[in-house]
Ligand binder design. Structure first.
Ligand code: FO1
Length: 325
């Protein structure tokens, strides 16, 4: 079975790890393609940083810092101190020594003319990930926030320096109008037997992927059922600051509202099915009324078992929908 996951950062990485774990436990042949968000990406100290991609890469490689949720395990910060002293990186954004290795290699390949898709292939080849990572687009679509008084800030500054506390008028993906989905991302969507939306931030992780001209059409045309997993459990985001982001686009932080935000595929949206936490079972009626099949299952990904079980639940709903589709 060909599984394609649309994912962002930490929550997405954990979910993809669960899908891989489930697949490893099942006898059937599977491939897993991950279409990863590039809206978090930015240039810093002349290096191209891919936070969401690197979260998935390091997590699947077993090289991630599980506590911090980003960067490499066993990291040191000798060069980072020098970069700060030279003033090329700010106090509020740390590039660890091992992590710098990734950014320098990536930037060297990009400067040599390789596409982000090709660079992602090279980075992933170093470890036995069990999945293939595809940047959603080979174009730059860096997310910026626009404050109520019109000031523009890269998402990373808002997120890491201001911890999402600075008021936001709107999120914009800079350059989105001219962006196109990467050919690999389109192939992963068109060729999938099942498409899953990871429980990533709907606004700054899944949102930018869906805003790339052509992605929504590709999802609408996909023969695979599309099932998403709620990033909100019991009215609160599992990680990160999804509530702050949802408030900006006037979507309430609840499992049903996020499903309706994505919309039913039959009504111009992207979802056929949606998983909510057992705590949110009362949301199911409203989700089904919007034309989206829904189930309440355990959503907390505490370890390999719970992550694999969540993946199994998502695939099970997708296959049920494929049968009736
Ligand atoms: N997040 C922080 O809160 N502080 C940091 O200093 C920081 C550095 C960093 C370096 C590389 C990288 O790939 C991610 C990094 N992050 C940091 C996390 C990043 O801002 C977030 O993971 C995503 O952009 C949000 O999903």
């Amino acid at each position: 079975m060909k599984i394609t996951v649309i994912a962002g950062g930490v929550g997405g990485a954990r979910f993809v790890r669960g899908v891989r774990e489930h697949v490893r436990r099942s006898a059937e042949e599977h491939t897993i393609d991950v279409v990863v968000n590039t809206g978090d990406d930015w240039w810093l100290a002349g290096l191209r940083i891919w936070p969401d991609h690197d979260s998935v890469l390091y997590t699947l490689a077993g090289q991630n810092d599980e506590e911090r949720g980003w960067g490499r395990r066993g990291e040191s910060e000798r060069v980072s101190a020098e970069l700060r002293t030279w003033g090329v990186t700010p106090e509020w954004f740390t590039l660890g020594d091992l992590d710098l290795g990734t950014h320098i290699a990536r930037t060297a390949w990009l400067r040599a003319g390789e596409t982000p898709t090709e660079v992602a292939r090279r980075l992933g080849a170093r470890w036995d990930l069990g999945v293939t990572l595809h940047p959603a687009t080979d174009d730059e679509i860096d997310t910026h926030i626009v404050t109520p008084d019109g000031e523009r800030l890269h998402f990373q500054e808002w997120w890491t320096r201001h911890r999402a506390r600075m008021p936001v008028e709107q999120f914009v993906q800079q350059g989105i109008e001219a962006a196109r989905p990467s050919p690999a991302a389109l192939a992963a969507i068109a060729g999938a037997d099942v498409i899953l939306l990871a429980p990533s931030n709907p606004v700054v992780s899944i949102g930018p992927v869906l805003s790339i001209p052509g992605v929504r059409d590709a999802l609408a045309a996909a023969s695979a059922p599309i099932v998403g997993v709620s990033p909100i459990i019991g009215g609160a985001a599992v990680r990160g600051m999804a509530e702050a982001c949802l408030a900006v686009i006037d979507v309430s932080a609840d499992a049903g509202a996020v499903a309706r935000h994505y919309g039913a595929r039959g009504a111009g949206g992207v979802l056929d099915g949606w998983l909510v936490g057992e705590e949110d079972a009362q949301a199911i009626a409203g989700i089904e009324a919007a034309g989206i099949a829904a189930r309440a299952v355990p959503l907390w990904m505490k370890d390999a078992n719970t992550s694999a079980a969540l993946a199994a639940d998502a695939l099970d709903l997708a296959l049920t929908l494929a049968d009736v589709g």
